[in-house]
Design a protein around this ligand. Structure first.
Ligand code: FMN
Length: 366
């Protein structure tokens, strides 16, 4: 049976499945439960120094689902902010979770306003809990950009480089920068994070969207007191976009680790992110819809898949599909060459029609 463990930036993950930052890692209790069920790692809900500034609304989710089967969800929107739990409470809970499950990987997602002192403080105080790594949330697309945080920072390569540098100047553990997909070229901020010293990249965060209009009230959704804001799109529908952006990151930054995510619902979805260059795969919406127990299928399904390919470990699958991306021009050249080869074969075949003695004779030189 294939080995599901994998080492990334010096951290050994028991398996490559990591719960993505969001509701699945909302507090210490659920983090411990996820470890108990077998998740290799978890990124906690993004924390900041001042929870008082974070005010969520109800409702804050919306779904694009099959009209005849509302449980068949294609895409999911949220206008949820980062964690509204006090920072001190988080510190205690992260410490307790790490003490109870030392072999599982706990990653702290952090976000702050663009001031060096704040980023240094959040990094230093959080790493004292014993967490294994940081994920810098440069990518939340709604709410926080109004405070010049999240995607507002992630869309500015100079800020990404500078903030990553602030964190790296005090961090004793690996640092992953989480990229926003809401940008023309995701490799630009990724390379900036690399210049700032990032050890890895996480991608993608949610895609800015409007899930729909309620045609009875003509109000956009999710509707809060009659109004809304565009939110973040996730789930199955974003997977092809996420795969493309992970591929671009893997090709542009081959020296950084990648934690890929976006619409992973089962082991075979995850296998595609790994083949595209991710060492670990995160799941957020999938776990919100299916429950933490989906980890059992993720592990058994990936193990069976690796066995079917004769691969001994997850590392054998990492990035195997990347060499097959090319330019359109090259595809045309390859197709022309293949046609020529086929025509040449047909010509060669036409020489052998059955009159073998005559055909042999025609190939002999005197
Ligand atoms: C309800 C909800 C809340 C989220 N909150 C956070 C967050 O606090 N920090 C963060 O970095 N990403 C957050 N995300 C984004 C996810 O971690 C992930 O990047 C994105 O949803 C794509 O993966 P998925 O399709 O598996 O959900 C959130 C996603 C959802 C659906």
């Amino acid at each position: 049976m294939a080995d599901l463990s994998i080492e990334v930036n010096g951290i050994r993950f028991p398996n490559p499945f990591v719960l993505g930052s969001g509701p699945p890692g909302t507090n210490g209790k659920v983090i411990q439960r996820s470890f108990e069920l077998g998740w290799g790692g978890i990124v906690c809900k993004t924390l900041s120094l001042e929870h008082e500034k974070v005010n969520n609304t109800v409702p804050r989710y919306g779904k694009l689902a099959d009209v005849n089967d509302r449980k068949n969800v294609y895409g999911f929107q949220n206008i949820e902010l980062i964690s509204d739990r006090p920072f001190d409470v988080w510190l205690e809970e992260l410490k307790a979770a790490k003490e109870a499950y030392p072999d599982h990987v706990l990653i702290a997602s952090i976000m702050e306003e663009c001031e060096k002192d704040r980023w240094v403080e959040i990094t230093e105080r959080t790493q004292e809990t014993g967490v294994d790594a940081f994920e810098l949330n440069f990518s939340c697309p709604h709410g926080l950009p109004e405070r010049k945080m999240g995607a507002a920072m992630g869309q500015d390569p100079d800020i990404v480089e500078e903030v990553t540098g602030w964190v790296k100047s005090v961090s004793k553990i690996p640092v992953w920068a989480k990229m926003t997909p809401n940008i023309t070229d995701i490799t630009v901020p990724a390379k900036a994070a690399e210049r700032g010293g990032a050890d890895g990249l996480s991608a993608i965060n949610t895609i800015l969207c409007v899930i729909g209009i309620n045609l009875e009230t003509l109000r956009p959704m999710p509707t809060v007191e009659g109004y809304t804001v565009p939110g973040g799109y996730s789930g199955r529908a974003v997977r092809p976009i996420a795969l493309r952006q992970v591929m671009e990151l893997a090709r542009a930054c081959p020296n950084l680790s990648i934690s890929g995510m976006g619409g992973v619902e089962n082991a075979l979805d995850a296998a595609q992110f790994i083949a595209m260059g991710s060492q670990t795969v995160q799941v957020c919406t999938g776990a919100m819809l299916q429950g933490y127990e989906m980890i059992t299928e993720l592990c058994s399904g990936l193990s069976e898949f690796l066995d079917s390919k004769g691969m001994a470990s997850v590392s054998d699958l990492v990035g195997v599909s990347l060499p097959y991306f090319s330019t359109h021009h090259d595809l045309v050249d390859r197709q022309r060459a293949a046609k020529r080869e086929k025509a040449g074969q047909a010509e060669r075949d036409s020489m052998w029609k059955g009159d073998i003695a005559k055909e042999t004779d025609s190939l002999i030189t005197d």
